[in-house]
Structure formats: structure tokens, C-alpha cells
Design a protein around this ligand. Structure first.
Ligand code: AMP
Ligand code: MG
Length: 501
């Protein structure tokens, strides 16, 4: 029996906010994976339940006790163009839970059939993107990056028609909230100020309760949302993550990474890296992400203006100040995180730490010029000593090997070592601290692809399971798993990713 401690909140906002709808059953649900640890953390009990029952539940064939299924309404700017009517076209909210320590979580099936917002879509998901989202979202969690989680994945035993027929899947995902910037835009675009206010109050009550005590609660909400986005996007940048579709409907109000479509981690570093097939003009390129965050927050601000102050000039000024706050906060998060990746602390003279930003940028430029692997560069860097060994150490050799022109990284290392001399911490302490923030393993595109190929082509999920297992401990070396550290060989490289959902 699966017991989910539902306690519904979103549904109480009223019928403008959603359309009730039940998941459509699938032919032959089969469980791929159930995230027992997450279930326990959420207070879900799964006693005496077999894989077939779990599959039926997480395919939507059997609606869990106490669920109140619905599709949420939202709008959104897609690649800069406003669409006033999107909504959950292939996702169904089963409801929310409140954990014993007072945190709220929502549970959604994705790929569970048509809803009132499906437009021409079939409401289904292909297996590939389901596996992709499972691997990526759970990897992000272990990399300490705020994200929606994966509770379960199933195959449906049905095909979905995309460019070709593909096996179907359903993923059950967990988020603190599925409210998006686009949810606010939906009501603002309709001139429904009362609903914008209701929604803002809902988000404050459940996710930003501190804002309720502020003099201006809606300004406090906006500032908190902006701060969380700044922190989130800085984290993406620090692991080489490219979301790929930062439309306002794909931007969570609570600062979690959401909607894993054509996203990807970079292998070789390039400032303007784009993987998504549909992002033809590079709007959502790696280096554009911080400014797209600002653009999206500006769209959110527009919806909140009437709530900030009665005088519209004053509310615009407030919003602009808060947006400036985002820019500064992002810079701070980025720089501090990059300092940590390079083993630099602030326990040095200000005149020295003031030079950290150019030093870090010089490293990134050198990496870009040499297409050096993002993850391995920082991982290898975190093993080097402050004193340059008389001969190249093994680690130093591994680092140099990542660069087409190794002398370029030699030059940078000279500067870096000079900077390290100002540090008071020991080499061992610095290396340990660096290794805590520089992952060994990331979900590399070619490995995700291999997991999907094995599952789709051969019905073999072992590649998926093993990759998932390795990504559970991204910061520690695992015996016999060197293969997972390796960048793709030219023939393995995934140059483009697709929504494909
Ligand atoms: P996304 O690509 O997840 O950002 O989705 C953009 C919009 O298209 C959302 O409103 C989705 O619900 C909708 N959508 C995407 N794929 C499908 C599908 N297969 N069936 C119905 N709606 C879909
Ligand atoms: Mg979306």
C-alpha cells in the first residue's frame, strides 16, 4: 500500500488556476525506478507494495488515495514571444504534501495523458526524455543545485509518435512548487489583478513566509525570488550546466531547476555553448543565462508592479532596485563560487582578492581557447600543490593534457600559484575544500545518450542504473568508475540535444 500524506493547497486558489483532470491509463506500465530515499524523506510509506503496483500508480493507471489531480494554468514567454495560454499539457499535479518539518512539496506525473492545456500535443512523454530528466535532476540534487526531484519512472508499453515511433514513459517529479513566472504572467495578461495577488500570497505563505513579516511583503517576495534565481544560475555556471529553454514558463518561482528538456553539461569549455536544437540564435547559450535570468525576472516584476505600491512610478523604481539587487547578488554568488573552485579564500589582503575575478576569467579564457574539459580542468586543478614540483607531477601532466596548447595553462598556473602564496590554509586543507566543490562525475551527454540507447533499442536499463548510481556521489572518486570521468571521444560527442518530449 502506498500512502502519500497529501494536504492540498494549490487547488484552494480557485478554478481559474487549473483544470481538474485524471491521468489517462497506459497499456502495460512497468517500473524502471522508484526513489525510495526521496519517498521516505517526503513521509510516503510504501509497505508491502510490489513493482507492479508501483508501476500502476506512477503511470497514472491507479490514482493514489487522497490525490486531487489537476493541470495548472500558466502562460509564458517562449524564446522572447509571449504565449498567453500554455499550462500543463502533459503533466498532472496529484497534490501537495507537508513534511513533518513544515516543508511543502508537490507531486506531478509527466507524460500521463492529455489535459485541457494540451493544444495539439498528445500529453505523453517518450522514454528517452524521462530517463534524461531522472538522471539529470537526481544528479543536480547531489551536486547541491536546487532542483525538482525524480520520484519514479515507468515505461508505458505504448509508443508515442514523434519523428519516429518511440517507447513511452512517465516520470513522477517532486518540486517545492510548480508555480512558474509564467503562472503570474497568465493572470497579469488577463488583467486579473486579484488572482495575481492570491497567487503571490500563496507563494509567500508556503515558500517565503519571512516575506509576510516585511513592511512590503510583495517587494520582499520579489527580492527573495530574485536572490534565489541569482544563486541558482550562479550554481549552473559553476558546473557548466546549460538549461537550454529558459522560457518564463520554465522558471520556477522557488528557484529550483525545472523542466529538463534539451539541457546539457558542457564537456569542452566554450562561453557561447548551445546544445539545444531549437535554440537557433543562441538565446539560451551558456554565457547568456545570467542575463536571461534578469530578463525573466523583469517579466515577473511587471506582473507584481500593482502590488508593490499605489504609485506606479514608485513601484517601477522598487522593481528596478530589486533587479539591480539580482545583478549584484549574481556577481557575488558567481565570484564566491568560482573562488572556491579555484581554492581562493577571502582571508587575504583586499588588494589581492580584488584581482581574483580577472584571474578566474583568464582561466576560463584559456580553457575556451583550448576547448579544455570544464569538469576535469577544475577537478585536476584541485589536486595540485602550491609549490610547483621540480618535474611535472602526474596531476600536472593530466591538467596539461586537457589543453591543446599546454604552455598556456602553464602561464596561468604561475599566476595562480603566486595568488595561492597569499593563502594561510595548508595545501591539504585547500585541496580538500576544492574537491568538495569540484565534481569528479557529471551527467555527461554521451553517457546519458548511451543509457537512453540501451533502454530504447535493447530494453536494457542496466546502463541507466549504473550511471545513476555513479552520479549519486559526484564529488568522490569511485573505484572502477574512471570511464564516467572521461569526456566523449569525437565519435561519441553529442552536438545537439532535442526536447523530444
Ligand atoms: P516545455 O517544452 O516543457 O517547456 O513545454 C512547453 C509547453 O508545451 C507546455 O505548456 C507543455 O505542457 C506543452 N507540451 C509539451 N509537450 C507536450 C505534449 N507532448 N503534449 C501536450 N503538451 C505538451
Ligand atoms: Mg515547460
Amino acid at each position: 500500500m502506498l500512502q502519500i500524506p497529501f494536504s492540498h493547497h494549490y487547488i484552494k486558489l480557485g478554478k481559474e488556476f487549473y483544470e481538474k483532470c485524471a491521468p489517462a491509463p497506459v497499456a502495460h506500465p512497468t517500473l524502471i525506478k522508484f526513489n525510495q530515499g526521496l519517498a521516505e524523506a517526503l513521509g510516503i510509506t510504501a509497505d508491502n507494495i510490489d513493482a507492479a503496483e508501483l508501476a500502476a500508480l506512477f503511470a497514472g493507471n491507479q490514482v493514489p488515495d487522497g490525490a486531487a489531480p489537476l493541470a495548472m494554468a500558466y502562460a509564458g514567454h517562449q524564446f522572447g514571444h509571449f504565449n498567453p495560454q500554455l499550462g500543463d499539457g502533459r503533466a498532472i499535479l496529484l497534490g501537495e504534501m507537508e513534511t513533518p518539518n513544515g516543508d511543502y512539496f508537490a507531486m506531478q506525473l509527466k507524460g500521463s495523458g492529455r489535459t485541457a492545456y494540451s493544444r495539439n500535443g498528445d500529453g505523453r512523454a517518450a522514454l528517452g526524455p524521462v530517463l534524461r530528466e531522472y538522471l539529470l535532476s537526481e544528479a543536480m540534487e547531489k551536486l547541491w543545485i536546487p532542483t525538482t526531484r525524480a520520484l519514479a519512472a515507468v515505461t508505458t508499453g505504448e509508443n508515442v509518435a514523434r519523428e519516429q515511433l518511440l517507447p513511452g514513459g512517465v516520470i513522477t517529479r517532486i518540486a517545492r512548487s510548480f508555480v512558474r513566472v509564467g503562472t503570474f504572467q497568465y493572470f497579469a495578461a488577463r488583467g486579473d489583478a486579484a488572482s495575481v495577488k492570491l497567487l503571490a500570497d500563496h507563494v509567500i505563505e508556503h515558500h517565503y513566509p519571512v516575506a509576510a513579516e516585511a513592511k512590503n511583503r510583495y517587494l520582499a517576495l520579489f527580492e527573495a525570488v530574485a536572490e534565489d534565481q541569482a544563486a541558482l544560475i550562479a550554481r549552473w555556471m559553476q558546473v557548466g550546466f546549460i538549461h537550454g529553454v529558459m522560457n518564463t514558463d520554465n522558471m520556477s518561482i522557488v528557484g529550483e531547476t525545472i523542466d529538463y528538456g534539451p539541457c546539457a553539461f558542457m564537456d569542452g569549455y566554450a562561453h557561447d555553448q548551445v546544445y539545444s536544437f531549437i535554440d537557433r540564435h543562441g538565446r539560451y547559450a551558456y554565457s547568456e543565462q545570467p542575463s536571461i535570468g534578469l530578463w525573466n525576472l523583469s517579466r515577473l516584476a511587471e506582473t507584481l508592479l500593482p502590488l508593490l505600491a499605489e504609485d506606479s512610478d514608485i513601484s517601477v523604481e522598487m522593481a528596478q532596485d530589486a533587479l539591480q539587487g539580482y545583478v549584484k547578488s549574481y556577481e557575488r554568488h558567481w565570484l564566491n563560487g568560482m573562488r572556491a573552485k579555484c581554492g581562493l579564500t577571502m582571508d587575504v589582503d583586499k588588494s589581492i582578492s580584488d584581482e581574483d575575478k580577472p584571474l578566474i576569467e583568464a582561466l576560463l579564457n584559456t580553457m575556451a581557447d583550448n576547448q579544455a574539459d570544464f569538469t576535469l580542468t577544475f577537478h585536476t586543478l584541485s589536486q595540485l600543490t602550491t609549490q610547483r614540483p621540480s618535474d611535472y607531477s602526474t596531476q600536472e601532466k593530466s591538467l596539461r593534457d586537457l589543453f591543446v596548447e599546454p604552455s598556456q595553462i602553464d602561464d596561468w598556473l604561475l599566476q595562480w600559484r603566486k595568488r595561492l602564496c597569499a593563502e594561510t590554509q595548508t595545501d591539504e586543507a585547500r585541496q580538500a575544500a576544492m574537491q568538495r566543490v569540484n565534481p569528479v562525475y557529471i551527467p555527461r551527454n554521451h553517457q546519458i545518450e548511451a543509457a537512453i540507447r540501451a533502454a530504447e533499442d535493447r530494453g536494457d536499463f542496466s546502463v541507466f542504473h549504473e550511471l545513476h548510481e555513479v552520479l549519486q556521489s559526484p564529488y568522490v572518486h569511485q573505484a572502477g568508475k574512471a570511464e564516467y570521468m572521461r569526456p566523449p571521444r569525437p565519435e561519441e560527442e553529442v552536438k545537439q540535444t532535442f526536447c523530444g518530449t
